[in-house]
Design a binder for this molecule. Structure first.
Ligand code: M6R
Length: 609
């Protein structure tokens, strides 16, 4: 997720594009840049770091420009650096492009362009767009962009500036947001509405497969093939601060609602045409992967809980022991690691001190390390031998939600991939599993439609002072994450237990006023979970059951309330069953008037041991 902006009109476009950029900083902040026409060419200024750094570079620029495009980056392809910052230019310096999204076939395009003599100056997927436009630029800019769009696979929102047609910004979108703010004799381009709200409330939202030609006085919207589209502007009525959160009151809720899209982004480019896992971004060769005798997973907090699902999945699929370690405990235990160990290090931020220390210890013991990381170019991403990014985009709320879902998706793909390599899954079986993983974004979307029920439940449960989350197998792993979500943002004491353990002690705590959330997504343990619910009911605890559709008749007899999930394969149920729990934690915290995005005593990135 990056932010793009643009301005064309009578005012100083540099200042306006930068001001808009500031309002998009929540979309990414590892590097920033701007392009504008100057002395018959294009001037591009960019830098690693936040927008403020770019501004300090611009202070020396005495010039004004009436047109500009700018970008704040959240790295996906290529580490955060000056060279990888946008805008990207072609060989001749006549084209500048800012881009948000992922061009899946960029390697293919890049090789072909290099063979045709183009020289690249970044590692990004975006730069191919500038060179492809360069090749078509004997015609006008709009025609050139039209010819290039069909060659791009993946997602994009782009804004293009060119010396050939300096009175225009050409924009296009597919699967990434792009809006145009309409002014009087001036127009604005941005990834998101908050960027333009200070200047105008009249906005055109570009739809997938559309492009637009933006001049000072006119905006022409068309399909990517040039067919004109009639689009009436909408009037924005939100206030600025809620607009930054996409109209949601908190980043947490926004990030939960982003989950279907982030899941799709995580899978993008990792599934081949024939429906099998194909990690073009994994630098570990199949032979190396086949050679590991041990697998070890280490992480903290939510990332560790994702790892627990990964452990169960890998062991079932690969029939090999998988150790899992709290990264914070790593140095005090004596994990068995050697040169035949693949150590998987999971982290959203890539900066968690305990996780980083565990990674370094794994390396010292000769393990091969594979990071599953969200923040590109973070310490863990740089120090691990290999890395798979989760592509969840910036996660602002301290409580991790969308990052967890994408960590699960990467672990599932990795497990299927390893099983394929080791001949433990036939192509047909692997394809069926991949298909299930692909359908998870739709399932999550369905769950989000049930938000009203969760709001109602939250009102009912907010006064509870004690929660237990129970499950077996995958459901226990999800229980841990569900309990963590509730305790960190609502400050209610919450414990997760393997359901069968209750009778060995914790059942003594169950009494009226105690809420027990019971997950029953696994057919093999469904009946046992029903018995556990009955045990709680017998002690007058309140039971909230969470199960896929088809069990309503039984569960309505034993549970006080029931959350019905869409049908989902039991192996992949964690991705779906955690979503109502994230929402429940959110709405309970809201009922209790808690500070949601920045809970007390916690930090987003824990960089101390
Ligand atoms: O950035 P990381 O994934 O390494 O962070 C690990 C934990 O600090 C993090 O998951 C924490 O538990 C979250 N607040 C949970 O919501």
């Amino acid at each position: 997720m990056c932010g793009i902006t643009g301005y064309i009109g009578p005012r100083n476009g540099i200042e306006l594009a930068i001001d808009q950029l500031h309002r998009l900083e929540y979309r990414g902040y590892d590097s920033a840049g701007i392009a504008f026409p100057q002395n018959g060419g294009l001037r591009v200024i960019k830098s690693e770091g936040k927008i403020a750094r770019l501004e300090s570079l611009l202070e020396g620029e005495k010039t004004a420009a009436f047109t500009a495009v700018a970008h704040t980056r959240w790295a996906t392809h290529g580490k955060p650096s000056h060279d990888n910052a946008h805008p990207h230019t072609d060989c001749t310096g006549r084209v500048a492009v800012v881009h948000n999204g992922i061009i899946e076939n960029y390697l293919e395009l890049r090789h072909a362009l290099q063979e045709r003599g183009h020289a690249f100056s970044s590692e990004t997927d975006t730069e191919v767009i500038a060179h492809l436009i360069e090749e078509q630029l004997e015609q006008d800019l709009v025609e050139a962009v039209k010819k290039v769009l069909p060659q791009l696979r993946g997602s994009y929102a782009i804004a293009v500036l060119s010396t050939v047609d300096r009175e225009k910004i050409v924009v296009a979108r597919k699967d990434s947001p792009l809006i145009i703010g309409l002014g009087e004799g001036e127009n604005f381009v941005a990834s998101d509405i908050p960027a333009v709200m200070r200047y105008t409330r009249r906005v055109i939202v570009l739809e997938d497969g559309e492009m637009a030609v933006v001049t000072r006085d006119r905006v022409q919207v068309m399909r990517a093939d040039g067919t004109p589209v009639q689009r009436d502007p909408m009037e924005v009525t939100w206030d600025e601060s809620s607009a930054e959160k996409g109209g949601y009151p908190h980043f947490m809720l926004k990030e939960i609602h982003e989950e279907p899209r982030t899941l799709r982004d995580t899978l993008r480019g990792r599934i081949s045409q024939d429906g099998l896992v194909a990690f073009s971004d994994l630098s570990l060769y199949p032979d190396e992967l086949r050679g590991f005798r041990r697998i070890l997973i280490t992480a903290c907090g939510t990332a560790l809980h994702a790892g627990m699902v990964g452990k169960l999945f890998f062991e079932r699929l690969l029939r090999r022991p998988v150790d899992i370690w709290f990264a914070s405990e790593f140095r005090y235990g004596d994990p068995i690691i050697d040169e035949s160990t693949l150590a998987i290090i999971i982290s959203q931020s890539g900066e968690t001190a305990d996780t980083l220390a565990a990674l370094r210890a794994c390396k010292e013991h000769g393990a091969t390390t594979l990071g599953i990381v969200n923040v590109v170019g973070s310490s863990i991403a740089r120090e691990a031998h290999h890395v798979l990014y989760t592509y969840a985009g910036p996660e602002i709320c301290v409580a991790s939600t969308k990052a967890y879902i994408t960590q699960l998706a990467v672990l599932y793909l990795l497990g299927i991939y390893l099983a394929q390599l080791e001949g433990r899954l036939s192509n047909e079986e692997a394809r069926a599993m991949v298909h299930e993983v692909q359908s998870l974004s739709d399932r999550v979307e369905q769950v989000l439609k049930g938000e009203e029920q969760i709001i109602h439940l939250a009102k009912q449960l907010a006064p509870s002072t004690c929660f237990f989350y129970l499950g077996r197998g995958y459901d226990y792993a999800v229980s841990l994450e569900a309990a963590l979500k509730l305790k960190e943002i609502s400050y209610i004491h919450a414990e997760a237990y393997p359901a069968g353990e209750m009778k060995h002690g914790p059942l003594a705590l169950v009494e009226p006023g105690v809420t027990v959330v019971a997950f029953a997504t696994q057919p093999s343990t469904f009946e046992k979970m029903v018995s556990n619910m009955k045990e709680v009911k017998a002690r007058e605890g309140f039971v909230l059951a969470v199960a896929p559709e088809g069990h309503e008749d039984i569960l309505r007899h034993v549970a006080d309330e029931l959350i019905v999930l869409p049908p989902v394969h039991p192996t992949f149920a964690p991705v779906v069953s955690i979503v109502p729990m994230q929402l429940l934690a959110y709405y309970i915290a809201r009922e209790r008037g808690c500070e949601i995005d920045q809970p007390r005593n916690l930090a987003k990135s824990v960089t101390v041991e």
